[in-house]
Design a protein around this ligand. Structure first.
Ligand code: BES
Ligand code: ZN
Ligand code: ZN
Length: 533
């Protein structure tokens, strides 16, 4: 999707034919909503037509409300043909993620009105995230709501072809400047989110492990080092869990471990690992999924897709961090490999794993991928993302992903990033009381009728060892089709959950490292004269 952004000073830049403007909830004297300064200015420009229309309406300025004022004789009066008043409640109480949601609502409205372009007035300087961040979040929301997966639509109706594509943000000079400066980076992040959504939306007979490897290879011309381990190498290395899960697929669909390295900080700077579950389709294996549970299992690679998107975003945005992104890609099929309940496999880490359930395959591929990543790359911290359990989906719906960690500070930082970006996390326990009991081996991959999300997490924890680790169970948030709670105005299919959260989190670390070293050098600076005295 193409989407152009322009910005300028409210008074200098002439608005487009369609203008969105925010209105807050009214005070007792003004029941019809409190106009923001820019709404007032617009009203003045239109000879009081907005306030006149408002007085005759029930519009109160509450979040979620909209009120449209049209000017049929627009050409005579001004260039404006319609003004859409958007209720926001109280602007100063909105967080960054609220602007993201607002953006999605605006896009939905623009689409419903059949608009091609619009202006949005954004003036109030007192917004919490700052005006530029608020505007960027808004545009992110618009872009994300306007995405469509149309690869397999051979015939498009005219109204499907005409899309909203140009936005002008009318604001103050400084914000306009900052917004235009920040836009290329934001666009790169949005394109990376779309890559994740595209990969996840593709059907399983198109998007196999080899497809994920090929998508990763595309990043190599943008400075990402890509290594792909095929079935022969995986077997040789002893990644028997990866091979047990993926070995039943056809030759062309055999498993791949895809490793992407981004080095934005010095060679000696610590690495962060992000590892994604990439089950390109999950039939359940011999513990086959029942009728109704199998459809949609093409989305079982949303974790890997998020890792792919994040690496793409890093390659474009170039933050000063070192990241290794790993995708554990396999198809969970039925075939002649004896991947059966009661089978026992030696994992890459060396632990013997007995199979309690072939449908709990995500934790198996992740176990090998995590152990390998830790041994080979010695990351300072590791985050895995996985559509791991129906139990997490039952617990949290589509509103939050489950967060499990062995390191509180890591969990907190991830939550903060998620809160900012509208990809929220809620902590759940990782406690051995939830562990599945093995009968003949060291561990068992089975789930549990209750607390199953934690059972999955406890299994993974064994393979994280002493590395600070967090596990995000994104089963409920990865796609929109089954769970209520995912953002209302995102299109159906994959949400791209994780790309924006991880990118934000990784980039905050770059700031933190810079802060820490600035503090350290300041301290050294202060220390010297004292020594001399
Ligand atoms: N891919 C599923 C989890 C899932 C379910 C994701 C629904 C998205 C929507 C996973 O591999 C799985 O089948 N988990 C089982 C675990 C059980 C067999 C221990 C589950 O959650 O039922
Ligand atoms: Zn499964
Ligand atoms: Zn699965």
């Amino acid at each position: 999707m193409s989407f152009t952004l322009d910005a300028g000073r409210f008074t200098a830049k002439s608005p487009r034919r369609n203008v969105f403007v925010f209105v807050e909830t009214g005070s007792t004297t003004q029941k019809y909503g409190r106009m923001t300064p820019e709404a007032e200015a617009l009203d003045e420009r239109l000879n009081g037509a907005i306030s006149y229309s408002l007085r005759g309406s029930r519009f109160s300025g509450a979040m979620g409300e909209m009120h449209k004022v049209t000017f049929p004789d627009a050409r005579g009066l001004s260039a404006i043909s319609q003004v859409v008043l958007v209720g926001v409640g109280k602007l100063s109480s909105l967080e960054r993620r609220d602007f993201w949601h607002l953006g999605m609502r605006l896009a939905k409205q623009a689409d419903a009105l059949g608009l091609k372009d619009a202006s949005i007035c954004l003036g109030a300087p007192e917004v919490k995230p700052g005006l530029t961040e608020a505007a960027l979040a808004l545009v992110e929301g618009m872009h994300m709501a306007l995405y469509r997966f149309e690869t397999f639509k051979s015939e498009m109706k005219p109204h499907q072809l005409a899309r909203f594509e140009e936005l002008t943000v009318l604001t103050n000079d400084r914000t306009a400047r900052e917004l235009l400066a920040g836009w290329p980076g934001t666009l790169a992040l949005l394109e990376a989110t779309d890559s994740a959504r595209n990969a996840a939306n593709l059907p399983p007979n198109t998007a196999n492990p080899q497809f994920m490897a090929a998508e990763a290879e595309k990043l190599s011309k943008h400075g990402i080092k890509v290594t792909v381990l095929d079935e022969k190498q995986l077997t040789k290395l002893g990644m028997n869990l990866m091979m047990a899960v993926g070995g039943n697929a056809a030759e062309a669909d055999q498993p791949r471990l895809v490793i992407m390295e981004y080095n934005g900080a010095g060679k000696d700077a610590p690495k962060t690992a992000i590892v994604g579950k990439g089950i390109m389709f999950d039939t359940g294996g011999y513990n086959i999924k029942i009728q109704g549970s199998m459809a949609g299992m093409k989305f079982d690679m949303c974790g890997a897709a998020a890792v792919l998107g994040t690496m793409q975003a890093l390659a474009a945005r170039k933050p000063r961090v070192n990241v290794v992104g790993v995708m554990a890609c396999a198809m969970n099929m039925i075939g002649s490999v004896p991947f059966l309940p009661d089978s026992v496999y030696k994992s890459y880490k060396g632990l013997f794993v007995e199979i309690g359930n072939t449908d709990a395959e995500g934790r198996l591929v992740l176990a090998d991928a995590m152990a390998y990543t830790i041994e080979k790359y010695a990351p300072a911290q590791l985050v895995d993302l996985a559509t791991l359990t129906g139990a997490c989906m039952a617990a949290l719906g589509g509103s939050y992903a489950g967060l499990f960690t062995n390191t509180q500070a890591l969990g907190n930082a991830l939550r903060k990033a998620g809160d900012d970006m509208g990809e929220r996390l809620w902590p759940l326990p990782v406690d051995d009381v939830y562990a599945a009991k093995p009968k003949v081996a060291d561990v068992n991959n089975d789930g549990a009728p209750y607390g199953g999300a934690s059972t999955g997490a406890v299994f993974l924890k064994k393979f994280a060892g002493t590395t600070p680790w967090a596990h995000l169970d994104i089963a409920g948030v990865g796609n929109k089709d089954k769970t209520p709670g995912t953002p209302e105005h995102l299109p159906s299919g994959a949400t791209g959950f994780g790309v924006r959260l991880l990118t934000r989190w990784l980039e905050t670390q770059q700031e933190e490292v810079a802060d820490a070293s600035a503090k350290a050098s300041k301290k050294r600076g202060r220390g010297r004269p004292r020594k001399a005295a």
